[in-house]
Structures are given as C-alpha cells and as structure tokens.
Design a protein around this ligand. Structure first.
Ligand code: DGL
Length: 273
C-alpha cells in the first residue's frame, strides 16, 4: 500500500522543532506529527518517573494515530525514558543524547563544555556516555545546566540582551577553564546557536545532534520499506499541551519556512497530573 511514512515526535516544548527542521529537510515525503509538552515544560527539573510517565502517555497517543516511528526530540526525555518506551512499544524509537563523542574527538585543548538540562546531567545514561567517550584520564568535561535558555526559546526570544547575558553567565566559567568545544545538549539550545557562537567567538566549536538524529530516523524508516504515496501530500501537524496561541506565534520565529505548510492544534486529553 502506498502511504506517507508517519513520524511522531515528542519534546518538552518547542525545542524539538530544531530536530523537526532537520528531519523535514532529509525526509520531505514523510508526514510529521510533533507534540510539544509545553504545559509540562521544562522537563529539566522533573524526576525520571515524571518524565517517563509523560513520554509513555504521549507515545501511546502518537501510536494510536498510526505513527510508524517515534523520535524523542529531547535529550532529557531520552536519557530517562527511552529504555521504558522501547520496552513498552514495538515500533522503532529514536532518541538523542548530548554529543559527547564528537566533542571529545573535536577538542584540541582536551576540555569540553556540556550545556544540558539538570535532568540530563544527573542521568545515569549521561554518566555512562562520559565514561565511554570522555573518561577523566583523557578529557575534562565541564557540565552546565541552562534553564534560562529553555525559558527564552519557549518565549521565542533568540537574541538580544537577555539572551546574551544568559549565554555569558553559562559559558564564561567553561571558557575560562579552557574549553574549546561546547556541546548543545538540549534541543532548545540549538535555536540560540547563532547567538551563542557570537558570544563565545568563532574559535569555539559548537556541536549538536539534530542532523545525526535525522540520519538515524531516515535509516530506520528505510528498513520499514514504506512506499510514499503519489496521490497526497505529506502533512505537518504541530500539537501543544500548552497554549495554542503561543505556539502559533512562536512557530514562525523558529521554523519560518514551514509556517505555511503546518497545521496546529492543542492537545487537551493529557492535562498535567
Ligand atoms: N529540549 C529538552 C532537551 O533536549 C528539554 C528542555 C527542558 O524541558 O528542560 O533536553
């Protein structure tokens, strides 16, 4: 049967739209259904149990709508919930983690900074990642949670004094310690990439994972051998558990080229518990 591959995506809010942009670029024939859990944002200060409960509930919902593959476009949610989601559901689930491996390969000073949420930094999976790819004998890793970045991006604020001040606050200590490579370990942070680069300077390498996630999604979808439909156009549906008005006003700032093709709705079934 010919149909569009349907990719379901989840993040705590609008941050995962940075991954959606990469997926849309790579897989223009796939239909995308994105759920931003903005009513529950941030995940960064939630417990592993709370995050897992949300990811399972949102995944269930996506699966009911016929999604072929789920992308957890959130590092915090992947670190705490991807194992439970993979255990519970049989469809492929793509996750993402802070890009410690490429950062360890790129650093010349041997010092890397990882900007990620508090939840990600506390996660066992993250510590395993450090032990495997950046052991203390070889690489010094400085971690920094950046909750203000999430607040700014959720408000559609990507540049200006407030953004610059937040970037300085979070990056100055790691740069002073000699870090030459910074990992953007949260999907929201990607939207501040231009501003971050401007503040830290071009000698500092910034690394994030959106493209790698899109490639992985493409390869898992290829295994499913879904034939794209020639008779209908792929859809792009963006849902929020938060305010629909806010989503509609922020989406064009984050995804200017997709504004005309997207439809929006509010997800009201899953109110925060
Ligand atoms: N975008 C998320 C991540 O990649 C989490 C942001 C938050 O809700 O704290 O980790």
């Amino acid at each position: 049967m010919q149909q569009h591959a349907k990719i379901g995506m989840i993040d705590s809010g609008v941050g995962g739209l940075s991954v959606l942009l990469e997926i849309r670029n790579r897989l223009p024939n796939a239909s995308l259904h994105y759920i931003g859990d903005s009513n529950w944002c941030p995940y960064g200060n939630k417990s592993p149990e709370q995050i897992t409960e949300r990811i399972i509930a949102l995944s269930e919902l996506l699966i009911k709508t016929g999604t072929h593959i789920i992308v957890i476009a959130c590092n915090s949610a992947t670190i705490h919930a991807v194992a439970s989601a993979r255990e519970k559901f049989s469809i492929p689930i793509v996750g993402m983690e802070p890009a410690v491996k490429p950062a360890a390969a790129a650093t010349v000073s041997g010092i890397i900074g990882v900007l990620a949420t508090e939840a990600s930094i506390a996660g066992e999976k993250f510590h395993h990642l450090l032990d495997t790819h950046a052991p203390p004998s070889k690489i010094k890793v400085i971690t920094q949670p950046c909750p203000l970045f999430v607040e700014l991006v959720e408000a559609g604020s990507l540049s200006g004094d407030e953004v610059t001040d937040a970037i300085r606050k979070y990056t100055t200590p790691m740069l002073e310690a000699g870090a030459d490579t910074l990992v953007l370990g949260c999907t929201h942070y990607h939207f501040l990439r231009g501003s971050i680069q401007q503040v830290v300077g071009n000698n500092i390498t910034l690394i994030d994972t959106g493209i790698a996630v899109a490639k992985r999604t493409q390869s898992l979808l290829a295994d499913l051998k879904i034939q794209p439909s020639a008779s209908s156009a792929p859809t792009l549906h963006i849902q929020t558990t938060g305010s629909l008005e806010t989503l509609k006003s922020i989406f064009p700032i984050l995804c200017p080229h997709l504004s005309d093709s997207a439809s929006f709705s509010q997800l009201t079934q899953l109110t925060p518990s």
